[in-house]
Ligand binder design. Structure first.
Ligand code: AMP
Length: 293
């Protein structure tokens, strides 16, 4: 495994692999790696000849009052964790390598980047889409791996690649959870022990929402209130947003039909903003009645 902090030598190394006909998978991360990130790495290693993991806490996706400085970083332990996996290259550039001059070109998805989390965090997805484009242009991967946990991000990257004809397959990896259901996140270490204990409420509430949808409920408001009451019953959880959208497009849904929907939740526990999601679908009639399909 080789570590690069600069673009040019990484490009030179990857060019040799490309010329040899090898496929390249990239896993973009902000570091402080946990088992969720490592699942993406495993998947990339299984599906590509070469794997690049990028570690970059991207300043342009953090708002002025957000947690850029508090975001956890530990490159030494990240490298130690990755050493156990078949990773060929780690690209961990300093900020001046990625933003050496004031930027004038940006990638901005409208309205997809302005809704939901984009409304809570204005400019966030413009920062994400722009840095992912830069990373794609640096690595020129065949495949790129993203977690379903950041569901809107995944949807945005898929749409960006389609709209801009980027020749990259986007692979979605299901959310990896603690045994009690809490979605793994680099931010979890900043939770107080009291908040950590109750943060499982997000996953339990989503379980309930999934059940209500599977049971055939067609009214989004009914599903959302079943989820909301569970979260609001936990006084340490400060619910920021809760939405039900079409799982493929993130369009609003008036009535739940046969297309899968996604439940999206963001909540603060103290200073820490956690997000979680769940894709849910009505069970087919035969599944509901126990008939054979
Ligand atoms: P981050 O370092 O938080 O930017 O995450 C890097 C990538 O790992 C993103 O594609 C995330 O969606 C993904 N990821 C983060 N947490 C998890 C998790 N618990 N399970 C699966 N993927 C995750």
């Amino acid at each position: 495994m080789q570590l690069f902090e600069r673009i040019a030598p990484l490009r030179a190394a990857l060019k040799a692999h490309r010329l040899a006909g090898e496929t390249i998978g990239v896993v973009p991360t902000m570091g402080y790696l946990h088992a969720g990130h490592l699942k993406l790495v495993e998947r990339a290693a299984a599906e590509n000849d070469r794997v690049v993991v990028t570690i970059f806490v991207n300043p342009t996706q953090f708002g002025p009052n957000e947690d850029l400085d508090a975001y956890p970083r530990d490159i030494e332990s990240d490298l130690a964790r990755l050493a156990d996996f078949p990773v060929d290259y780690v690209f961990a550039p300093p900020v001046d390598e990625m933003y050496g001059r004031p930027m004038q070109a940006f990638v901005d998805l409208k309205p997809l980047g302005d809704i939901l989390i984009g409304e809570l965090r204005p400019g966030h997805f413009r920062g994400v889409a722009t840095v992912v484009t830069k990373l794609f242009n640096i690595v020129q991967p065949d495949r790129a791996y993203f977690g379903e946990k950041d569901y809107q991000q995944l949807t945005i990257i898929r749409r960006m690649v389609a709209d801009l004809e980027m020749p990259i397959e986007i692979v979605a990896v299901p959310t990896v959870r603690e045994t009690d259901g809490l979605a793994l996140s680099s931010r979890n270490v900043r939770l107080s022990s009291e908040d950590r204990a109750v943060a499982t409420v997000l996953a339990s509430a989503l379980d309930e929402g999934e059940k209500v949808v599977a049971g055939g409920e067609r009214d989004p408001a009914t599903v959302l209130s079943a989820v909301r009451v569970i979260i609001e019953a936990e006084p340490r959880a400060d619910l920021q947003s809760l939405d039900l959208r079409d799982a493929a497009t993130l369009d609003a849904v008036d009535r739940i039909g046969d297309r899968p929907v996604v439940l999206l939740v963001t909540a603060r526990f103290g200073e820490v903003l956690l997000i979680d999601q769940r894709v849910a679908a009505r069970k087919s009639r035969s599944a509901q009645t126990g008939e054979c399909a």
